[in-house]
Design a protein around this ligand. Sequence first.
Ligand SMILES: Nc1ncnc2c1ncn2[C@@H]1O[C@H](COP(=O)(O)OP(=O)(O)OP(=O)(O)O)[C@@H](O)[C@H]1O
Ligand SMILES: [Mg+2]
Length: 253
Amino acid sequence: MLLEVKNLHKIYKNGTHALKGVSFKVKEGEFLVIIGLSGSGKSTLLRCINRLIEPTTGKIIFNGKDVTHVRGEELRDLKRQIGMVFQQFNLIKRRSVLTNVITGKLGSLGTFESIFEKFSDDVYEKAHSCLETVGISEKAKMRADSLSGGQQQRVAIARSLMQNPKLLLADEPVASLDPATSNSVMQYFEKINKEFGTTVVCNLHFLSLVRKYASRVIALKAGEIIYEGSPHEISEEWFRTIYGEEAEEVEIR
Ligand SMILES: Nc1ncnc2c1ncn2[C@@H]1O[C@H](COP(=O)(O)OP(=O)(O)OP(=O)(O)O)[C@@H](O)[C@H]1O
Ligand SMILES: [Mg+2]
């Protein structure tokens, strides 16, 4: 088991109870997709797993170790093992693609290297190979903000690969992209999952993408898990339970 989430609760300072006793396990090599309406707690869950926010109660076991409250060097070590990709790419706009990818490793580089952007050959080689994985090594010298949305997201994926993460978290990674580009970006997650065996946990909106890429699905509703199973078993009835009676499925191919 790579990840175990046990009875996780998150109550924000303003009193919002965003996660209400969420428990699940993720095996190494899985491609788990989390679905649910806006506000159901998907981002909160991912942020608790990589400790961008502190869960209120409950446990997170990563790779056999309780990491719920680790700090300092142990927390940095955890963050090195968990890559994260966001909806809005979060690149440094004015910097080159290559520099952006290298910042995925800054936590483990010296201050001198980071400030003067003098990196060792190993670091450059690794960055190029990460860019190759997502098929855009030829863009290495371009400014990040000169790339299309889909290309920027591929740079963000390459950046997350710099540390050889065991787990890749993605929070609505294709929500800002058009359907065709969404599919092509999802294919890189699939490739990384299959070729490197990297476990992926990803929030997605479109069920057609969920069916195509997920090996397993969890649905959240108001902070609780209401469905867990294969993406192909989500019937019309389940769909309405998850998204509400009025919901209609929109196709994206
Ligand atoms: N920093 C915060 N402070 C207070 N409440 C928050 C905070 N972040 C999220 N929430 C609330 O927690 C609940 C879950 O939010 P979350 O962002 O996890 O949902 P989500 O499923 O990711 O939604 P979306 O699909 O819109 O991204 C919502 O009610 C939201 O308003
Ligand atoms: Mg969200």
